[in-house]
Design a protein around this ligand. Structure first.
Ligand SMILES: Cc1cc2nc3c(=O)[nH]c(=O)nc-3n(C[C@H](O)[C@H](O)[C@H](O)COP(=O)(O)OP(=O)(O)OC[C@H]3O[C@@H](n4cnc5c(N)ncnc54)[C@H](O)[C@@H]3O)c2cc1C
Length: 424
């Protein structure tokens, strides 16, 4: 029987383990932390669900549809669109095709002009006819532009960019300057036109938990608290060293974060990273923010970039009588937690002049140094190939595709397919 070791129990490693085990391969997965999930984790405390930073599931991602039982995740969905927030006013921008009830609000939204709304519809129509798998290849990497230039090429106004695209896609790419590749924009825009933004009722950590259950059910062994210190290509049979012992296998899939993968295999992986700081707040349930279960985008600044009404969308995120909000700052702000929390309080008070926020309680701050790797135009050119390492060692992980749940899951499937082809 073919034996494969998988290093790393994030989404990529879990998908690879399951796919291989289903194909009859004997799989052992080693995850350094006490729990699986990697960058996608949830900590429950005091009746609240704290994801590791604000993160969401795009239900239209093909890999999400392929790898997950979405029904079992009891998804709670954000209303499509967003609320654009500025001092003294909030306005709704909905997708009129998907939320006809919000058509009037959207048409009369003065933050985004009619011409830009028509450009959004035209882009939706154009991208709807394409195969999502080709969206990344629509342009030669050398001629790829960033999101800001792409929107300008298509005639979108500065006002649209500043009030909507910068906070919204800044939140998706963790870069409000929109310097990320337009390929990422086109792909996510297409996914958002087709599906929803959702949270599993039990938190984002339910996603890797389900993947781990599925991998185990297929026969894989999942070790947690098992850091791999060394991967050696060996002479035909690679080995992994974990827990003070060394094991050999027919193949090893290194599905760690990019920095650990570089260390374990010697292959160059992306080293420019993007981070964020997410703060969590509770508010008594009776303080109605009337968000319509939409994200609140800060149209005038990045402190914070966006506020998410988490428990309004997923009531399971907060205990009875309370609501849970998150506020996300992009990058690595210098200010301490209390100063950032004051900024959130100030932003909410400005957006909602008639509400009182004296019972807004700062619950915790998650500083995530590494959330995504940087994806400037043409970034795919420099990503490592699945079989870049020496010998029968293979790579999986978002850094072999693009930085997202889709990229991570798809990379796990791709690595498993190549290992099966060559070894099973
Ligand atoms: C705050 C935040 C917000 C995000 N928002 C979104 C979003 O809204 N939508 C979206 O699609 N994506 C989002 N992402 C990105 C997405 O979560 C990642 O792209 C994806 O989870 C990466 O999965 P992975 O399996 O490739 O890597 P990782 O999740 O990094 O998993 C790697 C695993 O390898 C383990 N490991 C490392 N070294 C070793 C070793 N030596 N031995 C054993 N194990 C090891 C690590 O502990 C980890 O569990 C977000 C990420 C963050 C952090």
């Amino acid at each position: 029987m073919t034996r494969v070791a998988v290093v790393g129990g994030g989404l990529a490693g879990l998908v690879a383990a399951r796919r291989l085990a289903e194909a009859g391969v004997e799989v052992e997965l080693f995850e350094a932390r006490e729990s699986v999930g990697g960058r996608v984790r949830t900590d429950r405390d005091g009746g609240f669900a704290f994801d590791r930073g604000f993160q969401v599931l795009f239900t239209a991602y093909p890999a999400v549809r392929r790898e997950l039982d979405l029904e079992a995740l009891s998804l709670r969905r954000f209303t499509p669109g967003a609320t654009i927030a500025r001092p003294g006013r909030r306005s709704v921008l909905a997708d009129p095709r998907r939320a006809p009830g919000a058509l009037t609000e959207t048409l009369f939204n003065r933050d985004v002009r009619l011409a830009d709304k028509l450009r959004v519809l035209a882009l939706q129509r154009e991208l709807a006819g394409t195969d999502p798998e080709t969206l990344f290849d629509a342009r030669e990497p050398a001629s790829e532009v960033d999101i800001e230039a792409y929107l300008a090429e298509r005639g979108f106004s500065r006002r649209f960019v500043e009030r909507f695209a910068a906070p919204f896609y800044g939140g998706v790419t963790l870069d409000r300057s929109l310097s990320t590749s337009s390929a990422v924009f086109r792909y996510t825009f297409r996914m958002l036109s087709e599906g929803d933004i959702a949270l599993p009722a039990e938190g984002m950590g339910a996603i890797p938990a389900q993947l781990a259950d599925r991998a185990r059910a297929a026969g894989a062994t999942v070790h947690t608290g098992a850091e791999v210190n060394r991967v050696a290509p060996g002479d035909g049979r690679p080995t992994v060293a974990a827990d003070g012992s060394e094991r050999d296998a027919d193949a090893v899939v290194v599905a760690t974060d990019p920095a650990a993968a570089a260390e374990l295999t010697g292959v160059t992986t992306p080293d420019a990273t993007k981070g964020c700081v997410t703060q969590y707040f509770s508010l008594p349930e009776h303080v109605d923010l009337a968000t319509g279960e939409r994200l609140l985008l800060n149209a005038e600044g990045d402190a914070p970039n966006q506020v998410a009404p988490l428990s309004a969308v997923a009531p399971e995120y907060a205990p009875e009588g309370k609501q849970l909000l998150s506020a996300t700052f992009l990058g690595d702000p210098d200010e301490d937690d209390a100063t950032l929390a004051d900024r959130v309080r100030g932003a909410l008070a400005a957006w909602y002049p008639s509400r009182r926020f004296d019972r807004l309680e700062h619950l915790r701050t998650e500083r995530v140094e590494f959330a995504q790797f940087a994806q400037p135009p043409g970034f795919r050119e420099s990503l490592p190939a699945v079989d870049a390492p020496e010998g029968s060692v293979y790579l999986a992980g978002d850094y072999t595709a693009w930085s997202s749940i889709q990229g991570a899951m798809e990379s796990g499937r791709r690595a498993a397919a190549l290992v099966r082809k060559r070894h099973a």
